[in-house]
Design a binder for this molecule. Structure first.
Ligand code: CA
Length: 226
């Protein structure tokens, strides 16, 4: 059973989240302050943490940072009150996996949760094939075909595409893509990402100049929609 830790101080929101998650078949634990959240995450193993930003005791940014520093790798979705904070999630080196802006709609939150759980190691079946447009991605063979023809992708392009597919619907900053594809700590210019996106689009987009799948989110990064 998937276990979710909800760190949220507003009882109504915490209750609504619990009801929603339990309907989805998740097991939930609620903590009402930053320190309680940290303690719960240290005490038990969770599959996912929903972490409010505005919390008594210690805010969600600090809780997130401390969890990562202490080696907790559980996926974290931050619940932010403002778009301004949402941008910070991507800008700061917090180690969060995604964010949802309040007031969130349950449908969007569920989609984000599914996306985050899907890209958790072990949660993705790497032998599965994924189809979008006229393309098929065969993860077992590390091969992409379009209408039966093999598309000539470089190893980096395949890795980039796989990262997007595993995290489809999620916004990736250029830094996050550099970490995921080229490796954490590698110091490369952001332009490297843009250049590879351009070449990947040429190979997978029906009309590369009007992308349908690999979307540029101005100033923030890229998102794969399929
Ligand atoms: Ca709050």
């Amino acid at each position: 059973m998937t276990r979710v830790l909800v760190v949220e101080d507003e009882p109504n929101i915490a209750f609504a989240l619990e009801m929603d998650l339990q309907t989805e078949g998740f097991q939930t634990t609620v903590a009402g302050t930053g320190p309680d959240g940290l303690a719960a995450a240290a005490r038990e193993a969770f599959d996912l943490i929903l972490l409010d930003v505005m919390l008594p005791g210690k805010d969600g940014f600090d809780v997130c940072r401390e969890l990562r520093r202490s080696g907790v790798r559980t996926p974290i979705i931050l619940l932010t009150a403002k778009t301004h904070d949402a941008e910070k999630v991507l800008g700061l080196d917090l180690g969060a996996d995604d964010y949802v802006t309040k007031p969130f709609n349950p449908h969007e939150l569920r989609a984000r949760i599914r996306a985050v759980l899907r890209r958790t190691p072990g949660a993705t079946d790497q032998t599965e094939a994924f189809r979008f447009g006229n393309a098929t991605v065969d993860f077992g063979r590390a091969e992409v075909t379009r209408e039966g023809q093999v598309v000539d992708l470089t190893a980096i392009e395949f890795k980039l595409l796989s990262t997007f597919i595993r995290g489809r619907g999620r916004l990736f900053s250029r830094d996050q893509l550099l970490d995921a594809v080229w490796g954490a700590g590698v110091s490369l210019n952001d332009r490297v990402v843009d250049n590879h996106i351009v070449s990947l689009r040429r190979k997978i987009e029906p009309v590369p100049t009007e992308p349908r799948f690999l979307m540029n989110i101005r100033g923030l990064g890229y998102r794969f929609d399929a």
